[in-house]
Design a protein around this ligand. Structure first.
Ligand code: FAD
Length: 530
């Protein structure tokens, strides 16, 4: 008899979530992780002595409330308030508060019309998000999505929020270029596309369906950093009888005589047997686990063209003190400008120009940046008086037209910091330690092929049944007993957990169909027994 019922490849949050549901259903589960860390791109690490940071992902919204409640995760997600600080060129900046009146008044200084339009813009994406939410829980198709978006009072809801460009929507609602830039930037997170590319509206919507803070579309920060989420998942998994093995790299899938998945082979040569194998690794890397002739050629082609090169550079710093932004706050004192996301996205043209340069392999001098100083609200994450600064910046191409990342990493890190220094003079002098993760570094450190933060683009061709390839969008890969449970499966990337939860359900449904007992579907009230 196999020692395990199920093997999960990769201890990212999705792999852990699949593992938790399967272990809770009574399966003997082992999660195999290549690195010495648990959590994939959802981790808190001590990057320098006494300095703890969310190395990759840093903000939370998408994590399904179902996952939090069903697994009883003990995590503290704090709503961002202010949500954003957008510094102005001439000092001060625009703060987006939780209080709608304060936000209205702040925007009205730029444009009265935009202050009125702001709630309507959010209602557009709230309405789309409410319609999308039920589709997150099963492998929905585009046709089903289009149907779910019908009969809205908002004309053209599907086209506006799924197939359209974010620039079109931002320009329809807002007149001030900063308001347009700010809103367009949220349709660009993690993508290589610019704001005028069709489908970037969906990237916005993908960031607007979260309920983890208890408020639709609102984002928050997890106390202790993102690793608190995956730490809690690992605790649940172990308490449910599951095992996690780190520093074990899966090299290939084992197939039995019927060409069903029957286990994995590690790079050490060790073999681990189980009748069910789930991959929490991105689709391109997942395909490397199987001999090409064991899957249909059209699947190989689809995964080959699945876009996986990323454009994100993450710069993590330890600071000797708090940066002071021009025209706001006092030296060394934490103010509202430090508490939420500090964003640089001054206009749509700025963002479009930046994206276009990067597509040509250049690193633009002017980048879209989102910065976060977690120690402003959680000083315990750094030694007294010191601070952390996490900067997420675009667009930094995986393949540079000139030079290599090894040659240019520091220079690109300087460019990112210079984009913030424009608004916070003296920032560079505060940087005591710094680590720059360009797309090739994200690939090497986190196993993200191409450095793509979402395991592949979330543009319209690659969502719904396009993720990762039709008709293998139902978590079941073209080898029986082999499943995809990571962000390359519907509904895609971000710390969301739906791929992991839905894939576990697919496994349990299949086991129940084969007469395997003790299967309980995630979220189901009754056990599925055969
Ligand atoms: C810089 C950055 C910033 C981000 N910011 C945010 C954010 O603020 N909010 C948000 O919601 N999302 C954010 N994201 C996206 C989000 O973090 C990811 O989409 C998500 O964490 C992916 O989770 P996953 O479980 O699907 O896969 P991963 O987290 O990628 O997990 C896969 C795991 O598999 C392991 N693995 C790979 N190959 C093997 C092998 N052969 N054998 C065994 N193990 C293997 C990897 O080491 C990894 O641990 C960000 C991502 C990055 C990189």
């Amino acid at each position: 008899m196999d020692p395990y019922d199920a093997i999960v490849i990769g201890a990212g949050h999705n792999g852990l979530i699949s593992g938790c549901y399967l272990a809770r259903a009574g399966l003997k589960v082992v999660v195999l992780e290549r690195t010495d860390r648990i959590g994939g791109a959802c981790v808190t690490e001590e990057l320098w002595p006494g300095v703890r940071m969310s190395t990759a992902s840093y903000a939370t919204s998408l994590l399904l409330p179902e996952v939090i409640h069903e697994l009883g995760l003990d995590i503290d997600i704090r709503l961002k308030d202010p949500d954003f600080f957008h510094p102005y060129d001439d000092g001060g900046g625009l703060l987006f508060w939780d209080d709608p009146t304060k936000t209205h008044d702040a925007i009205a200084h730029l444009s009265k019309k935009d202050a009125e339009a702001y709630p309507r813009f959010h209602e557009l994406f709230d309405e789309a998000a409410r319609r999308l939410t039920p589709l997150l829980h099963y492998p929905a198709t585009r046709k089903q999505a289009r149907r779910a978006f019908r009969q809205s009072e908002i004309e053209g809801l599907f086209d506006k929020t799924v197939t359209g460009s974010i620039a079109e929507v931002a320009e329809e609602y807002f007149e001030h270029e900063l308001m347009r830039g700010i809103h367009a930037s949220q349709g660009l997170i993690g993508t290589g596309a610019g704001p005028r590319t069709p489908g970037t509206a969906y990237v916005y919507l993908h960031h607007a369906f979260g309920m983890a803070t208890g408020r639709l579309g609102q984002w928050g920060f997890v106390r202790g950093g993102q690793g608190a989420i995956t730490g809690a998942l690992a605790d649940v998994l172990r308490a449910s009888g599951g095992e996690i093995r780190t520093e074990v790299e899966v090299e290939r899938l084992k197939l039995d005589v019927r060409r069903r998945a029957s286990g994995v082979v590690l790079d050490s040569g060790e073999e681990i047997d189980a009748g069910t194998v789930l991959s929490g690794v991105d689709p391109k890397r997942t395909l490397t686990f199987v001999p090409e002739d064991s899957v249909p050629p059209e699947f190989v082609v689809d995964i080959d063209i699945y876009p996986s090169e990323g454009m994100v550079v993450k710069v993590n710093c330890a600071l000797s003190g708090l940066p002071k932004f021009r025209g706001i706050g006092s030296e060394g004192v934490a103010g509202p400008e430090h508490m939420g996301t500090i964003s640089v996205a001054p206009s749509i043209d700025y963002l479009e120009a930046s994206a276009r340069e990067a597509v040509a392999g250049k690193v633009p001098a002017e980048m879209f940046c989102e910065a976060w100083i977690q120690t402003a609200s959680e000083p315990e994450l750094a030694p007294e008086g010191k601070h952390t600064l996490s900067v997420f910046a675009q667009y930094a191409p995986y393949t540079l037209a000139e030079g290599s990342w090894d040659e240019r990493r520091d220079e690109i890190g300087d460019t990112v910091i210079a984009n913030l220094e424009r608004y916070a003079p003296g920032l560079t002098d505060l940087v005591e330690e710094r680590v720059v993760f360009g797309p090739p570094d994200l690939e090497a450190r986190f196993g993200l092929t191409g450095g793509n933060i979402f395991h592949g683009e979330i543009l319209p061709d690659w969502i719904f049944e396009g993720r990762p390839a039709s008709p293998w969008h139902r978590y079941r890969l073209p080898i029986a007993g082999f499943y995809l449970c990571g962000s390359g499966a519907h509904p895609g990337g971000g710390v969301c957990g739906a791929p992991g939860r839905n894939a576990a359900r697919a496994v349990l449904v299949d086991l129940a169909a084969r007469g395997v007992e003790r299967a309980v579907e995630p979220g189901a009230t009754t056990a599925v027994r055969t």
